[in-house]
Design a protein around this ligand. Structure first.
Ligand code: GSH
Length: 229
């Protein structure tokens, strides 16, 4: 069987969650890193013609796109025996993990993105309020637990795994404060523990690279905003 490949970009947390999953499963893989300055590669366009986004998993002649779909594919293909389970076995628990993962992406990640991007003070305040409300739901999910999945990390931990590393970068570059230890004590503690797990830590992109990337991207996106001259 050919080695698994993931098409990634160097700074994307959607991509890192796939690396974490493959490592947890004990699977070997290669990275094909997109260089956005050169435009999208033929391989990416051919492998994910609908969205043209990373990550894409290439497995033995097939391509799987969309990070949460990829996580589920990995969990279903390599299951049982010694393979580390990502999703819970119980159907209700699985549904809950999927629900909160979708929520974490749609409301927390994209909500933070909106607040990060906003330039106008009022617009930023509103976006921050909405993001904080969403993070409060995640705080409730992790209260009293070590990890979202219980005693060990699982699917939802991987999906929320951008919070301990990338959120701080967005806070710094976008002038935000979201992950406050007093407001979100359980989430804050989870973030600190999650990032110290060696398998998690070893896949993290260097923070200064993320800061440079975010700073450049933010000024580019703001200069392209529709109401700009
Ligand atoms: N919903 C997608 C989001 C992936 C995504 O937004 N990827 C970004 C990198 S962070 C990308 O490929 N951007 C290129 C583009 O938007 O053209 C997933 O979960 O995989």
């Amino acid at each position: 069987m050919a080695k698994l490949k993931i098409i990634v970009s160097a700074t994307s947390f959607f991509c890192t969650r796939i690396e974490w999953a493959l490592k947890l499963k004990g699977l070997e893989y290669e990275l094909t890193v997109e260089d956005w300055d050169k435009g999208k590669s033929e391989l990416l366009l051919k492998s994910n013609p609908v969205h043209k986004k990373v990550p894409v998993l290439l497995d033995d002649g097939v391509a799987v796109a969309e990070s949460k779909v990829i996580l589920e594919y990995i969990d279903e293909k390599w299951k049982g025996g010694d393979f580390y389970p990502l999703l819970p076995q119980d159907p209700y628990e699985r549904a809950q993990a999927r629900f909160w993962a979708q929520f974490a992406d749609d409301k927390c990640a994209y909500g933070t993105w909106g607040a990060w991007l906003a330039e106008d003070a009022l617009e930023k305040e509103k976006a921050m309020e909405a993001a904080l409300e969403s993070f409060a739901y995640l705080e409730k999910q992790i209260e009293g637990k070590n990890f979202f999945a219980g005693e060990k990390i699982g699917y939802l931990d991987l999906v929320a795994g951008w919070i301990p590393h990338w959120l701080g970068v967005m806070e710094e570059t976008g002038g935000l404060k979201i992950l406050d230890a007093e407001r979100f004590p359980s989430l804050h503690e989870w973030a600190q523990n999650f990032i110290e797990i060696p398998l998690i830590k070893e896949c993290l992109p260097p923070r200064d690279m993320l800061v440079n990337f975010s700073t450049t991207r933010l000024s580019k996106l703001r200069s392209q905003a529709p109401n700009k001259p």
